[in-house]
Design a protein around this ligand. Structure first.
Ligand code: P6P
Length: 337
């Protein structure tokens, strides 16, 4: 007799106590993300068939051509989050400025802010490679009843109340945490229901996969070069396997399941790294730590960094704890030479 699969809706209800101080609003917020993800998944899954993958012409904060699916995903998540009377502000990679949501009575009574990358890795769409949505949720810090300010968005990652990602891959999964572990739900597209398929996801302390764009090797700091050479050396359980999809959500998801480290370091091209702290680094760091892994900028814990700007970048080392520790060791050694 096969075990009855638990749906995401049932999981949220059964774990309601995991959402502290929430009168069900955070549950409803996760539910609205679930809905938006289904709508975006529908479009992403047929991207090759309709004229929606062509560049929308504009460029986003990354300076990347905005693919129409980027724009579509951004609109869908903003629309869904706005309609649910839970969120008082949204920041997105696709918008230079944050969006204030006044609420139906223009009373700014909603308590949560959401920061997101609505379609990360979108340059992979044209080559049919997995892409993802990344989200980070905070309780506002300025008084309820007033418009949100930048202070509500520039919170350190250690104040996140929830974070997660959707991976639009061979199957579509929603993986998230509210600070009580990490759980993965797979969408059955035939009936539009997510089922708990990966309960209590964990990074192994060790791993043998390293994910970095080695094409930029010459631009890396010496410590990072030294760590990459360590990964490649024939010694003990090494050489490790190099796997790099070029889609953050996919690389982190694979490493969480198989063990490994993802690295996007500072370089001469990206002195502060390429990834954005608020809607890539922090949510993936929350997931990683809740899964027993680690996330740093090579020295500092990602979630302890006090953000200064909405779209600031950060060097990013994330994954199996002992692998991140070893990379930090090489970085420190090179600095002290
Ligand atoms: P590169 C996608 O643009 C992204 O933000 C991440 O999803 C991905 O890991 C990284 O950039 C890829 O960057 O410079 O290696 O192409």
């Amino acid at each position: 007799m096969s075990k009855k699969l638990q749906t995401l809706g049932e999981f949220i209800i059964e774990n309601q106590q995991a959402f502290p101080y929430s009168s069900g609003e955070l549950s409803r917020l996760i539910n609205s993300i679930r809905l938006a993800a289904k709508v975006v998944n529908h479009e992403v899954s047929k991207a090759g068939l309709v004229d929606i993958t062509g560049a929308a012409g504009d460029t986003n904060i990354q300076g990347e051509q905005q693919q129409k699916l980027d724009v579509y995903a951004n609109q869908k998540f903003i629309q869904t989050l706005t309609n649910r009377e839970i969120v008082c502000g949204i920041a997105s990679e696709e918008n230079d400025e944050y969006i204030t949501i006044q609420g139906q009575n223009n009373d700014h009574k909603n308590k949560y802010v959401v920061l997101m990358d609505p379609l990360d890795g979108s340059s992979n769409i044209d080559v049919n490679v997995s892409v993802g949505t990344i989200f980070s949720i905070y309780r506002r810090v300025t008084p309820v009843g007033t418009p949100v300010t930048m202070e509500d968005f520039l919170q350190p990652g250690n104040l996140q109340v929830a974070a997660g990602y959707i991976i639009y891959g061979t199957s579509t999964m929603l993986v998230y945490t509210t600070g009580h572990g990490v759980n993965g739900f797979t969408l059955n597209p035939a009936i539009g229901t997510y089922y708990l398929s990966h309960p209590d996801m964990k990074f192994s302390d060790d791993g043998n996969i390293y994910s970095v764009n080695e094409g930029n090797y010459a631009q890396f700091p010496q410590g990072v070069k030294d760590y990459i050479k360590y990964c490649q050396a024939e010694e003990g359980d090494r050489p490790y396997t190099s796997r790099y999809i070029g889609s953050l959500v996919s690389d982190i998801h694979r490493n969480m399941i198989k063990g490994g480290i993802y690295i996007y370091p500072s370089s001469s091209k990206y002195p502060d790294g390429k990834l954005r702290l608020l809607y890539e680094g922090n949510p993936m760091a929350f997931i990683a730590e809740q899964a027993g892994g680690k996330a740093s900028d090579g020295e500092r814990r990602i979630m302890d960094i006090k953000p200064q700007e909405l779209h600031e970048r950060v060097p990013f080392f994330c994954g199996s704890k002992n692998m991140v520790d070893k990379a930090e060791e090489f970085i420190a050694k090179a600095k002290n030479k």
